[in-house]
Design a protein around this ligand. Structure first.
Ligand code: MN
Length: 135
């Protein structure tokens, strides 16, 4: 499967970050859809069935943690990989994030290579065998 067949839901309330992530993914051939809140993310997952979700943790209302908990508690959606987008300032340990049900973590400011690598790893599509987990 190619990037063009992969639909990424970006959940981010900061317009600058949203535009940045959307541009990176679009330039690399991915299809993107956008949500600005956790509630909108839940709704779009159900409607759009994305292949992977990029979830900002800090969102108005239902935050990224809660939204991810809801997705992972629902058998229809629990197999959809969710990558946490975390601000460096409020960075949680990767282990802590993984223990909350996330499938990976990308820190902001965004490292383009890291972001693309995590998406490939999670979707198991695109490039050959991505790393599984860091030691
Ligand atoms: Mn935010």
């Amino acid at each position: 499967m190619e990037a063009s067949e992969i639909k990424v839901l970006i959940v981010e309330d900061n317009q600058m970050n949203m535009m940045l992530v959307k541009d990176i993914l679009s330039l690399n051939g991915y299809k993107t859809i956008e949500a600005g809140t956790g509630a909108e993310a839940i709704r779009l997952v159900a409607v759009e069935k994305p292949d992977v979700v990029l979830m900002d943790l800090h969102l108005p209302g239902l935050d990224g943690m809660a939204a991810t908990r809801m997705l992972k508690a629902d058998e229809r959606f629990r197999d959809i990989p969710v990558l946490a987008l975390t601000a460096a300032a409020s960075r949680m340990e990767t282990e802590e994030i993984l223990s909350r049900g996330f499938d990976g973590c990308v820190t902001k400011p965004i490292d383009v290579d890291r972001l693309l690598e995590e998406i490939r790893r999670c979707t198991g599509k695109g490039e050959k065998g991505g790393r599984d987990k860091e030691e």
